[in-house]
Ligand binder design. Structure first.
Ligand code: ATP
Length: 361
């Protein structure tokens, strides 16, 4: 178990800044995910922690010891990559045993640990298969067992599920989470898939252009995004720009169409004027009265339908309906929409920074 502390970390590639100045703390045994769009610096940061990248400024500490100058081999790290990187001529068991043999672990102990590692990823029954005789998911399970068997101080994983199909990705992320919990190992996980990040992580750092935008639990990041970028990157949202007014001690959000809603209890009373409002699809519902809109499209997704409607302002709003019926509205049909005010989040219209000031959600 290891705590990781990154301080004022900077990375340049040939004078081009990839990570300008980054601070992060990752706790003992935590499943910590670096999440962000392609090119935001996730892999760069992971490789800095692993020791494969140079560092232009700042420090990396494991348990309060600065390890900037330690070679990758001396950092005691287990790694899992997108490409499974197994030895093709070795069976699953031999692949997993390899790291123990290079560490001179005796034969009986090696057999015991290899069996336990393969069991933890549900691969003991295929221990004699060669990589070429295994599916991608099975190879990735072996790669995970191989990383864990050496009992590293931490596990670093770079997009380990991107080569797998959608169903297998969901199955594998459960295996990864289970194995990580069982080993109690500090894990840094890189992905650009926000759903995957939400499913496996204790905490997530959302990154953009080499800068951490927000660190928090999946629920904190989803319900209380620090800025517009996070709100749009995590899950779906409808962004609308509206006015806040104070009337008789109450804060009212003017939605248009003559509809104003009382939002006094959800935002600081000092905020007034134009704001951007993030309205999650699940914060919108059709009702007998409310904002008038016209249905533009409806998609039946089995458990629910996704509906796109246009407000009289021309803005498009997406919402969900949980119904057994596959077709709820005709295209062009009028609907009235209600917003759940306790599920809205607000951003400064100029800077895009949240004005929710530590609201608990
Ligand atoms: N070896 C390199 N030489 C020069 N520039 C690099 C190198 N590796 C990465 N970069 C640049 O650094 C920035 C961050 O890249 P990085 O690979 O860390 O992003 P990422 O978030 O992991 O992206 P992806 O999800 O596409 O893998 C990008 O602008 C990239 O072009």
């Amino acid at each position: 178990m290891t705590r990781i502390a990154l301080r004022s970390l900077r990375k340049e590639y040939n004078g081009q800044v990839a990570v300008p100045n980054l601070d992060l703390d990752i706790s003992n045994g935590e499943f910590f995910t670096l999440l962000g769009p392609s090119g935001c610096g996730k892999t760069t940061l992971l490789r800095m922690i692993a020791g494969f990248n140079s560092i232009e400024a700042g420090t990396i500490s494991f348990d309060d010891i600065v390890i900037n100058d330690r070679s990758p081999a001396a950092r005691n790290i287990g790694m899992v990559f997108q490409s499974y990187a197994l030895f093709p001529q070795m069976t699953a068991a031999k692949n997993v045993a390899f790291g123990l043999q290079t560490r001179n672990v005796d034969k009986a102990e090696t057999t015991r640990r290899v069996t336990a590692a393969l069991e933890s990823v549900h691969m003991a029954h295929l221990k004699d298969r060669l990589p070429g005789e295994m599916s991608g998911g099975q190879q990735q399970r072996v790669a995970l067992a191989r990383a864990l068997v050496i009992r590293p101080a931490m596990l670093l994983m770079d997009e380990p599920l991107s080569n797998l199909d959608a169903k297998l990705r969901v199955e594998m992320r459960d295996t990864i989470r289970e194995a990580q919990r069982e080993a109690g190992i500090t894990t840094v996980y890189v992905t650009h898939d926000q759903e995957e990040a939400m499913a496996v992580s204790d905490r997530i750092a959302v990154m953009n252009l080499g800068v951490v935008q927000q660190v928090g639990s999946p629920a904190q990041i989803y319900r209380n995004p620090a800025n517009r970028f996070v709100a749009e990157f995590i899950g779906k949202t409808n962004l609308i720009e509206r006015e806040l007014h104070h009337r008789n001690g109450a804060t009212m959000l003017d939605l248009g169409d003559g509809v104003s809603v009382d939002v006094t209890s959800t935002i600081p009373s000092t905020i007034t004027g134009r704001v951007q409002v993030s309205v999650r699809p699940e914060a919108v519902s059709a009702a007998s009265e409310g904002l008038s809109a016209e249905v533009v499209a409806e998609t039946f997704l089995g458990s629910h339908s996704q509906i796109r409607a246009q407000l009289s302002t021309g803005e498009t709003v997406e919402f969900l309906e949980f119904s057994r019926r596959a077709a709820l509205w005709e295209r062009g049909e009028k609907v009235s929409l209600q917003l759940k005010t306790d599920m809205l989040t607000y951003f400064d219209a100029e800077s895009g920074v949240s004005i929710m000031h530590g609201a608990q959600r």
